[in-house]
Design a protein around this ligand. Sequence first.
Ligand code: CA
Length: 385
Amino acid sequence: MIRFPVALIAAGLTLTVTAPVLAQDGDVHRSKYHDYRVVTVADGFEVPWGMAFLPDGDILVTERPGRIRVVRDGRLLSAPVEGAPEVLAQGQGGMLDITPHPDFARNRMVYLSYSKPKASEGATTAIARARYENGALHDLEDIFIADSEGRGHYGSRIVFDGQGHIFFSVGDRQAPPRGDLEAHPAQDRSNHHGTINRIHEDGRIPADNPFVGVDGVEPSIWSYGHRNPQGMVMTESGELWATEHGPQGGDELNLILPGENYGWPVVGYGVNYGSGSAIHEATMREGWQDPRYVWVPSIGTSGLDIYTGDQFPEWQGSLFAGGLAGEVVYRFSLDGDMVTEHETLVDGIDRVRAVNQGPDGYIYLALERRGGELSSIVRLEPVRR
Ligand SMILES: [Ca+2]
């Protein structure tokens, strides 16, 4: 619910009341620095997960059940992109993130994350790349297949650093935290559970990764001790930020540093969903990374971007984090690597799965409608005060 003041003039008195208003197309929303409208770009999606903006104006949108769709001139084309990889579309698995290569205009490469069926059972997080031409993916190739098993928490956001590397997340695969917490797969670096990884754009392992040459540690790992990071972005100055689904009352915004331990499930905030029972031995541990922000209650973090456009000048340099259960977008002001201010936007809109600044400087949201209705892509457009 968004709340904004409505001035009433009655019997010579001016009263200001606060009226709850649902976030709907065309309403003017107020925020600290900018007023804005939420405008529908296209609808008819089934669980949209990631968006890729192409130089010709098309938007590629992944749908979790296993498709990649095309939005052209505000219309969702009926034919999905051909040549997409086979996914295990169960629970949280499916076709997940999509990101164009920074030099897409020349090489037409797109990168995908998805739940890749395993030969035995279940699925793992995989990263693939392909050339996108004439409505189809060509020369599709897996460049990374995570060593992970489980039924959920695939992680999956993909970020380019512009220096020839990609970063991507793998969740803890919903391995339950019990018994010896330090033996949990997210703390065991011999697999990819609960990690953020860094590889070359062709899948090779960079020689300067933090754990290269360390016995028994997967060399793609950049950071570990994560639960389920589903939002990630790199700033223009090279800071890597990620949001992750924590336990109940423990969603986190983290600054991602090489070789660091982010604590799950040994330390952190929040309690088990359902039972409300305690998980962690403490909230933090000396030498491990504490989050820069913790959501209480949890919003179900998903989708993170940094704003660099011209449509909302006062938002330049702010992080925008989407929430599923919270149906909200958080804006964070940063001073270097510290959060200095936050506010909520589009409260009560729908489940916010992806947040991306478009090339036009508008802020695009992939929404997942409650109750299984078909979902939409919307964007925030500025309204002059
Ligand atoms: Ca943590």
